[in-house]
Each structure stands twice: as C-alpha cells, then as structure tokens.
Design a protein around this ligand. Structure first.
Ligand code: HEC
Ligand code: HEC
Ligand code: HEC
Ligand code: HEC
Ligand code: HEC
Length: 452
C-alpha cells in the first residue's frame, strides 16, 4: 500500500464517510443490474430516470459525502503522528474493508432479487395509473373499461423501437418533475406533443388487412319523455372503405390545424405523391392557416380515444338504461339523470351525496339505482383535474363532437373536381334511423346484447 492512502483510511472511519461508501456501492451495483433492461428500448421512462438520473445522483452524492466525513473527522481530532500499517491488525482498515465487502454483497443480493420485479412493476398499467394517482386517475379509470384494458400503457405511449428511447426518457423526466412540483396542467393537455406516430404503435397489433370489414352498429337511445321512449339507429359502417380512403397503400393525407386539432382549415390528399388535391375550408384565411402545424393523418386523427373514452352524459345514460342498471320504467329517468349529471359539484364526494339524495327523493322505491348515475359521474368527471363533460372530445363519428365533419364539410378542392364529402351513405348505410323497432333487426334475428 502506498503511504498517502494511510491518512485516508484513517480519516474515512466515520459514519458520514461510511454512508457515502454505502451510497456509492449501492448506486453502482443497482446501476449495473438495471443497465441492460434500461438500454432495451421498450421500457418505461421511470426506469430510465432511475438508471440515468437517480442512481447517478446517489453515486455522486455518496462520493461527495466521503471527503466531507473525512474533513469533519480531521477537524474533530487532527491526525496522529504515525499511521498504523494497512493490514488486518489495523481496526480502521479492517472496518473499512468489512464494510465495503458487506455493503457490496448485500447490494448484489438485493439488486439481483428485486430489479426484475421492479422493472415488471414499472411497466404495468397499475404503476402508470396509480403511482401518479390523482394526475392519471381519469385516464386510468376510462382505460379499465376499454377494449385495451389488457394493453399496458407503454404499448401505446412508448411502443417498440430504439429511437424513441431517448425521447420517452426525456418526456418521462419532465412528467416526473412536473408531478413532483405540481406544474402539470389540469386537465392534462391533449393531443400529446411528440407522441410516437400512431401507426408505429397501433400497427404493432393491428394491421390494415385485419380491419377492413363492414360492421353493423346498433345504437339504442332514449328520449327525455315520461316513458323514456327507446329508439334505435342501425348503421352499416364501411370500415374498410374508410380506412382505405385515408391510409390505403400510397395514400397520404396532410392537414393544418390548431393545437387541439379541432379546427382544420386546410387538407391535402395525394396518392403516391401524385393526384395532389388541396381542400380549404370555406371561411379559412390563407395567411392564418399557413402558420398552423402541419400533420400527416394517422390512426389517432380518428381514434383519438382508443383507450380513454370519456362518455357523454346522454350516451352514458342510454347505455345504463339499455343495460337495465337504470330501470326504464322510472318516469322521466333519463331527463332526471341528465339534469343531475350536468349540475356542477365541488368534488366527486359532493356529487355522490347530492345525486343520491335527489334520486331517492324522486324515486323513493328505486333509490338503489342512484348508484348507476353516481358511477357515470365518477367514471367521467374529475373536478380536481378540471375534467368535465366534453373536455376530451372523441373524433370517431360526428354526433357528439365534430369528429369526421372537421374535414367532411363539403369543402371544395382546388381542382374543383371533388369535395370532402358529407354524403351520408359514403361512410355508412343508414339501415334504420330513430325507429322504435327496426324491421331490419327482426329480419336478421338480432338480439339485444347485454351491456355493462
Ligand atoms: C390503445 C392505446 C393506449 C393505451 C393502452 C393507453 N393510452 Fe393513453 N392515450 C392514447 C391516445 C391515442 C391518447 C391521445 C393522444 C393524443 O390525442 O395526442 C392518449 C392520451 C393519454 C393522456 C393525455 C390526456 C388525455 O386523456 O388525452 C394520458 C395522461 C394517458 N393517455 C395516460 C395513459 C395511462 C396512464 C395508460 C395506462 C393505464 C394509458 N394512457 C394507456 C392511447 C393509449
Ligand atoms: C398491444 C396490442 C395493441 C395495441 C398496441 C393497440 N391495440 Fe387496439 N386492440 C387490441 C386488442 C387485443 C383489441 C381487441 C379487444 C377486444 O376485442 O375486446 C383491440 C381493439 C381495438 C379497436 C376496436 C375497439 C372496439 O370498440 O371494438 C380499435 C378501434 C383499436 N383497437 C384501435 C387501436 C389504436 C388506434 C391503437 C393505437 C393508438 C391501438 N388500437 C393499439 C390490441 C392493441
Ligand atoms: C378516417 C378515420 C379513421 C382512421 C384514420 C383510422 N380509422 Fe380505424 N375505424 C374508423 C371508423 C369510423 C371505424 C368504425 C368505428 C365504429 O363503428 O365503431 C374504425 C374501426 C377500427 C377498428 C375496429 C374494427 C372492427 O372490426 O370493429 C380497428 C381495430 C381500427 N379501426 C384500427 C385502426 C388503425 C390501427 C388505424 C391506423 C392504421 C385506423 N384504424 C385508422 C375510422 C378510422
Ligand atoms: C383531416 C381531414 C379528414 C378527417 C378528420 C376525416 N377525413 Fe375522410 N377524407 C378526407 C380526405 C382528404 C378524403 C379524400 C378526398 C379525395 O378523394 O380527395 C377523405 C375521404 C373519405 C372517404 C371516401 C370518400 C369517397 O368519396 O370515396 C370516406 C368514406 C371517409 N373519408 C370517411 C371518414 C370518416 C368516417 C371520418 C371520421 C371517422 C373521416 N373520414 C375523417 C379527410 C378527412
Ligand atoms: C365522413 C363520414 C360520415 C358521413 C359523411 C356521415 N356520417 Fe354519420 N357517422 C359516421 C361515423 C364514423 C359514425 C359512428 C359509427 C359508430 O357508431 O361507431 C356515424 C354515426 C351516425 C349515426 C349514429 C349516431 C348514434 O349515436 O346512434 C347517425 C344517425 C348518423 N351517423 C347519421 C348521418 C347522417 C344523417 C349523415 C348525412 C348528413 C351522416 N351520418 C354522414 C360517419 C359519417
């Protein structure tokens, strides 16, 4: 051993330096174990934050503590005239070696046992939805009832591929900082800037050949009258044609829109770079829209809520009445439900108390069905995040929100040859509209599916 290490060994025998040593060894061992998983692409931003931010932080902090402890010890006691030799007869040396050895051993045991579980846990939907409980509760709640309830959040929000690794790390970092310091928007803003292009994430599971069939949709609605009169819409939705028109081979649609993508003044259609047609909204002013963001249309321009669909109060009530959770025999049940759901409350708890008592007053013999109304509220409205009815519009369709009609408003093309059509039968055949018992449904032997 060299002479100059002797005073270091002597001085390092204090609890502050030992704490530093513990920090350095723990951070290093855990870092080694996490590195391979962190470098593989599809992992969670929080894991990256742990590996590239928190652990190095602890490492550097530990490194700093070691000399701090030494300086303090020196101030306290000064140095002896001669240092003991560096072998096991020297208590200071023995303690240091034993401490470093034990800490490393313990860390290896802990890291090898827990990193796998920690990584799996961080990737799980429960972690995303519940760790930032209040912030993501609305998305998590909507997600649980969605067709994608078994797809982990990272399946859509990060997706496979290496080049999104850094991007997701950076945006994840910002997310953690903004949650910690309470800087985030309420509600969380959408569309998400820099979200990975949907075709790369969605098409990991869905591919064009697999979603090309026409489908029959049957929607049951109830009127706001005393009898809650039911009517049905039956549509044959031309899914294949719709998909091909926007994303078929060679087709590219680009558009300019405001930040929310709700106002779309300019659209361009091309096929293999040829047949370029541009469509400008009738009231659009060129000098205003050329400055707007340019975007290539993908899945999310229609399916913007594949996993976090917030209901409208009208459709939510239709669904619960249809599913029998709210008896259609209660006079004016839909009207009453709408009135209660649309009222404003200070919190979910406040809503719960008031909805229950108002419902019980109106329907003393069916007070239990108030639960379904309360559930609709809690599923869709989150006062603490400023999320209310319509905060997050859904772009599929055109009845509750502008949706397809953001572009399909009969605006003419620059060539004059076409418009972006609003012809009803282009997107669906209306097999029945607002009918009490559509003949087509009896003809095909349709049975009412159980909802919820
Ligand atoms: C099937 C794909 C999919 C899954 C699974 C998914 N999301 Fe999303 N998420 C989206 C899309 C699409 C958007 C809207 C993006 C846009 O418009 O920019 C979104 C938006 C969000 C937003 C922004 C606020 C909002 O509501 O628009 C948050 C927060 C969010 N998701 C959290 C989560 C969490 C937490 C999970 C897991 C519990 C999850 N997501 C699972 C596709 C998904
Ligand atoms: C990890 C796989 C996976 C990813 C990624 C994924 N989906 Fe899905 N998606 C599924 C599965 C599985 C179903 C079928 C669920 C069922 O039938 O209940 C589904 C169903 C759907 C449906 C039909 C929903 C319905 O009401 O029947 C749509 C639309 C859809 N996905 C769109 C998307 C979009 C858009 C994205 C990208 C933002 C996406 N999916 C990403 C697996 C995935
Ligand atoms: C122009 C709008 C639009 C775009 C772009 C779009 N879709 Fe769709 N998609 C629809 C409509 C409309 C339906 C029918 C919805 C319904 O009736 O519930 C649908 C249905 C689906 C379904 C369900 C099919 C079924 O048989 O029930 C899946 C899955 C799907 N789309 C996936 C995708 C994926 C993946 C992309 C991107 C590659 C995409 N869509 C792009 C409009 C679009
Ligand atoms: C960003 C603008 C935009 C949005 C949003 C949009 N479309 Fe389109 N759509 C277009 C353009 C552009 C065309 C092609 C017009 C052309 O041929 O030049 C088109 C064509 C179509 C066609 C084929 C029409 C024909 O004449 O053959 C159908 C069907 C269609 N869209 C359905 C939908 C549905 C359903 C939705 C909503 C779920 C939707 N579109 C949303 C821009 C849009
Ligand atoms: C650009 C395509 C497009 C055009 C044009 C269009 N629709 Fe639709 N429409 C849709 C889509 C997509 C849906 C949603 C299908 C579903 O329920 O999943 C829808 C849904 C509907 C519904 C069912 C609403 C419900 O909640 O029961 C009705 C009714 C309807 N459309 C009527 C019309 C009429 C009338 C016209 C002509 C003025 C028209 N649509 C034009 C795409 C279109």
């Amino acid at each position: 051993m060299i002479e100059w290490t002797k005073p270091l060994v002597y001085l390092s025998n204090n609890w502050i330096s030992f704490l530093g040593v513990l920090g350095v060894t723990s951070a290093f061992v855990f870092w080694l174990f996490l590195l391979p998983t962190s470098l593989r692409s599809e992992h969670h931003p929080y894991l990256g934050i742990l590996t590239f931010l928190i652990l190095p932080g602890i490492f550097i902090g530990g490194l700093a503590l070691i000399p701090i402890g030494m300086i303090m010890r020196k101030r306290r006691g000064g140095l002896p005239l001669e240092f003991p030799p560096l072998d096991f007869s020297n208590t200071n040396f023995r303690r240091l070696v034993v401490f470093v050895g034990a800490a490393t051993f313990a860390n290896v045991v802990l890291a090898s046992t827990f990193t796998y579980q920690a990584v799996a846990f961080m990737d799980s939907a429960g972690f995303c939805g519940l760790t930032c409980h209040k912030v993501m509760k609305p998305e998590y709640t909507a997600y649980q009832g969605s067709p994608h309830a078994r797809v982990d959040c990272v399946g859509c929000h990060i997706g496979p591929g290496a080049n999104w690794f850094v991007k997701s790390k950076l945006s994840g970092l910002w997310q953690v900082v903004s949650v910690t310091f309470d800087l985030y928007h309420r509600p969380i803003e959408t569309p998400i800037p820099d979200l990975r292009p949907a075709r790369e994430t969605c098409e990991a599971c869905h591919w064009p050949q697999k979603y090309g069939e026409d489908r029959i949709r049957v929607n049951t609605h109830y009127a706001d009258d005393e009898k809650n009169t039911a009517t049905q819409n039956v549509l044959l939705v031309r899914i294949g044609k719709i998909h091909r028109a926007h994303l078929g081979t060679g087709v590219q649609i680009r558009y300019r829109a405001d930040a929310k993508r709700e106002n779309i003044p300019w659209v361009e259609h091309s096929e293999n770079g040829k047949d370029i047609r541009t469509y400008t909204a009738k009231d659009a002013k060129a000098d205003a829209y050329v400055k707007m963001d340019l975007r290539v249309m993908d899945c999310m321009d229609c399916h913007n809520r594949p996993s976090h669909t917030f209901e409208t109060p009208e459709l939510a009530l239709d669904r619960r009445i249809s599913g029998g959770l709210i008896p259609s025999s209660l006079p004016f049940a839909r009207k009453k439900g709408l009135e209660l759901l649309k009222a404003s409350y200070s919190s979910n708890a406040d809503a719960e108390t008031k909805i229950r008592s108002a419902w019980a007053a109106a329907y003393p013999n069916a007070a239990g069905s108030a639960q379904a109304v309360v559930d609709i509220y809690n599923r869709n409205v989150f006062p603490e995040m400023n999320i209310t009815w319509g905060t997050y519009p859904n772009h599929i369709g055109h009845n509750s929100f502008p949706g397809c009609f953001r572009c399909h408003d009969e605006r003419p093309s620059n060539t004059g040859a076409k418009t972006i059509t609003q012809d009803c039968n282009n997107c669906h055949s209306l097999l029945a509209m607002d009918e009490a018992s559509p003949k087509i449904l009896t003809d095909i032997g349709f049975e009412k599916p159980k909802t919820d």
